[in-house]
Structure formats: structure tokens, C-alpha cells
Design a binder for this molecule. Structure first.
Ligand SMILES: Nc1ncnc2c1ncn2[C@@H]1O[C@H](COP(=O)(O)OP(=O)(O)O)[C@@H](O)[C@H]1O
Ligand SMILES: [Mg+2]
Length: 224
């Protein structure tokens, strides 16, 4: 499945998707229609509690909509707000190793580790213990883990919320570069409540009162 998808352009499509958590009568997501069909830097902005993480859980099929349907064909990876909730191993190499397809030679494994560390600006960090990394470096390691497992569609749930401004910009820039890679551009869906991050996106939508707006260019984006 993974190899099969590797050279395809991933896509997701929501058709009239509605969702509410058990015991809540109001729809948190209401008749949501959108699609992402090409690589690029896609951002969804919304206030705390607007349902952004829920939207990602629907995309990831962790939860199922009560109404509507979700069509997708993508090898989805996740980057969460807090990398400490995601990183399991004591150093960068071992963390990358648990994410790699082990069906390749040792030489290829080493090359791939070097390649993805370079892609996230962490060349030479292979042996570094995770506890010596900054928050931003840990977040970049989680991105490298998604890349090394050949994910072609990465969902990032407020990945800069816990970072200082320098690290925040670095992570934004890395994702930006990955989405414009001329050989194999990534599809990234970035969730944020920080409006200043929207300028990095190719397209922006706002989640509000259960509705997701249509995609807009960041320069034309208006929020209420
Ligand atoms: N597992 C759950 N069960 C019930 N309610 C939940 C659950 N997860 C989230 N919620 C509620 O759904 C709303 C939206 O949550 P969430 O999707 O996490 O929003 P956001 O990521 O935009 O802050 C919140 O009011 C939250 O309390
Ligand atoms: Mg959230």
C-alpha cells in the first residue's frame, strides 16, 4: 500500500461531513465540504475549541463522521503540538529508525537518515540525545520521522504553539521548503490559531461555528 501510494499525488475530499461528540447535540463540524488535491502548504485557522483537532482526527479516520463521507488516498503522517508526546526513543537515530521501512539495506537506511535530517536542517544530529534538543529541534525531528516513513501528506496540529519565535519561523520555513520541493513536493495541512502564520500558506481556510470556509489566498484572507 505504502509503495503503491508513494508516487501518487495524495488527496482528501470531504463531502457534507458533520460530526458531534457523543452526548453533545450540536454539530462541532457541520456540513463540511473541502478538498485538497495537490501538494502545497494548506492552512486552517480557528480559535481554541473551534474543532481544528477534531477535523484532523476525521481526516486521519481516528473518528467517523455521523453524516457525509470522506474520500482520501494519502499516506498520512502527524505532527502534534507537543513533540514530547510523540518522540519515543532516546536519540535522533533510534527515533528515525523506528519510523523507517526496515526492508532496505543498512547503507540505504544510513543514506535516508542523513537525507531527512538534512531536509529539516539537522545535519549531524544523528547521535544527539533527544533530551538535549530544543523544542524546535524536537519538532523538526518529528517532521523528519514523517519524511523517513515516506508520508506524502502531513497533518500538523498547531506545531509551533510551544515554540519561541525563532523556532516557530524555522519550522514554518522547513515545511514551506518541503512543499515546494521540485522533485517530490509535500502536501502539508497546518492547523493554527496564529493569524501571523498564514502568510506562509498557499491557501487558507477558517474553521468557525462548525463551518470551514472555502480556500483563499493568504493575501486575500479575511477573518471575522
Ligand atoms: N473526545 C472528546 N469528547 C468530547 N468532547 C470533545 C472531545 N475532544 C474535544 N472535545 C470538544 O470539542 C470541542 C473542539 O475541540 P478541538 O477539536 O480539540 O478544538 P481545537 O483543536 O480547535 O481547539 C471542544 O469544545 C472540546 O471540548
Ligand atoms: Mg487543537
Amino acid at each position: 500500500m505504502r509503495d503503491f501510494l508513494e508516487n501518487e499525488i495524495p488527496y482528501i475530499k470531504f463531502k457534507n461531513v458533520s460530526f458531534s461528540y457523543p452526548g453533545k447535540k450540536d454539530n462541532l463540524i457541520f456540513q463540511c465540504n473541502f478538498s485538497i488535491k495537490k501538494p502545497g502548504f494548506w492552512m486552517v485557522v480557528g480559535k481554541n475549541g473551534s474543532g481544528k483537532s477534531t477535523l484532523l482526527k476525521l481526516i486521519n479516520r481516528i473518528i467517523k463522521p455521523q453524516n457525509g463521507f470522506i474520500d482520501s488516498r494519502a499516506n498520512i503522517g502527524m505532527v502534534f503540538q507537543n513533540p514530547d508526546h510523540q518522540i519515543l526513543m532516546p536519540n535522533c537515530r533510534s527515533e528515525l529508525l523506528i519510523n523507517i521501512n526496515r526492508n532496505i539495506s543498512q547503507n540505504e537506511i544510513n543514506k535516508k537518515i542523513e537525507y531527512v535530517l538534512n531536509q529539516v536542517g539537522m545535519t549531524g544530529f544523528e547521535k544527539r540525545p533527544v533530551h538535549t534538543l530544543s523544542g524546535g529541534q524536537k519538532q523538526r525531528l518529528t517532521i523528519a520521522c514523517a519524511l523517513i516513513s515516506d508520508r506524502n501528506f502531513i497533518l500538523l496540529d498547531e506545531p509551533t504553539a510551544l515554540l519561541d519565535q525563532t523556532s516557530q519561523l524555522k519550522v514554518l520555513q522547513i515545511i514551506r521548503n518541503l512543499t515546494i520541493d521540485h522533485k517530490k513536493p509535500l502536501t502539508a495541512l497546518w492547523i493554527t490559531h496564529r493569524y501571523e502564520e498564514l502568510t506562509y500558506a498557499d491557501a487558507v481556510a477558517e474553521l468557525k461555528n462548525g463551518f470551514l470556509s472555502s480556500w483563499q489566498e493568504p493575501s486575500k484572507f479575511q477573518y471575522n
